[in-house]
Unconditional design. Structure first.
Ligand code: XIL
Length: 323
């Protein structure tokens, strides 16, 4: 099993939470989850919209159920995510909020961190704050607009105050693909370290395709973060196969390429990140049919380790070989 081969957390994202369905929806896959993984992330259920639906209302019921499910099965949980600009995950009330933004965001971060203190080992504090098209600047979000880049460090400081033992991550995609984006993130890290802002790790989402970014880029990105003494997670891994070619089936050749790709990235992680800095690897879904990539694209894809029946794909064996 994956969790027995790895000496670090091996996780899966599960899409349960308020409005998203409940634990009954994962019963069918429960045996597979317990057998292979020792860590869980809520794919959506701990995002701003779901935990903080109205200005003075926090709704922890569904997230708490997931936390106790994880505990009951000896799995740890990583929190995702305290601050994320994405329109679909932002509470509607926040989009038109007119009050004191710094106080409001601080309260948001601290209410949530305090609630889960001692239950979640780590948090993605800020997600995707660096622009992807202009990767030498912060992303133009509601938060940047209201508070300038300071909202990022303020979130880390607030989270650390509320839960001093939580390991606090900055999480983003494409930092292994774009040199300028990587450099911008590293500059932020160096600045935070100089000023003792409590940032403890970097999450690389690792939504990749078969051939891009290349493995040398991935390794040097992981190494650059490891060299700064931070924790490193691969936080949302999947390997999409179907770009624009609109293949209708997962043929054996593609499945083997995917296996090799999973293996090379997992072993790059082991080669690049010293054991004490391995925050773990999380896969962004369990079965291919559950993948966000499948839901959001007009053509099929098979990005994950298990097929729709829960059978291990070559990709699964690639990860196991890489570990
Ligand atoms: C995605 C979920 O998988 C989808 O179900 C949802 O509709 C949108 O968000 N980067 C992230 C994740 O940090 O939170 C995103 O998850 C995928 C991209």
């Amino acid at each position: 099993a994956l969790k027995d081969s790895a000496k670090f957390p091996v996780g899966v994202a599960l899409n349960v939470g308020n409005e998203l369905g409940d634990l009954a929806d994962i019963q069918e896959s429960a045996a597979l989850i317990h057998q292979q993984f020792n860590s869980i992330v809520a794919e959506n259920g701990m995002k701003m919209r779901f935990l903080h639906p109205a200005i003075n209302t926090y709704d922890f019921a569904a997230a708490d159920a997931l936390v106790s499910y994880a505990r009951g099965h000896g799995m740890m949980m990583h929190g995702h995510t305290l601050i994320w600009h994405h329109d679909s995950q932002l509470p509607d009330w926040m989009k038109t909020y007119q009050g004191d933004w710094q106080a409001m965001l601080r309260d948001h971060v601290q209410q949530i961190c305090r609630h889960f203190a001692g239950k979640l080992k780590s948090w993605d504090v800020v997600n995707e704050a660096i622009d992807n098209k202009l990767p030498d600047q912060y992303r133009a979000t509601l938060f940047l607009d209201k508070l300038g880049p300071a909202y990022i460090e303020q979130a880390f400081i607030a989270a650390h105050e509320a839960d001093p033992t939580a390991v606090l991550y900055y999480n983003d995609f494409g930092m292994e693909a774009k040199a300028e984006k990587l450099q911008f993130m590293l500059d932020m890290v160096d600045d935070f370290q100089r000023r003792q802002i409590p940032l403890h790790g970097i999450g690389f989402q690792m939504h990749v395709s078969i051939d891009s970014p290349n493995i040398a880029q991935i390794k040097s990105a992981l190494q650059a973060v490891a060299a700064r003494g931070l924790q490193v997670r691969i936080s949302e891994m999947d390997v999409r196969l179907n770009q624009k070619q609109k293949a209708a089936t997962l043929n054996p050749a593609l499945a083997q390429q995917q296996k090799a790709r999973y293996r090379e990235i997992v072993s790059a992680y082991l080669q690049s990140v010293p054991p004490a800095q391995r925050g773990g690897i999380t896969f962004w879904g369990l079965l291919d049919k559950d993948s966000w990539l499948v839901e959001s694209k007009p053509y099929p894809d098979w990005p994950l380790l298990f097929d729709d029946q829960g059978q291990a794909k070559p990709a699964f064996w690639g990860v196991l070989e890489g570990l």
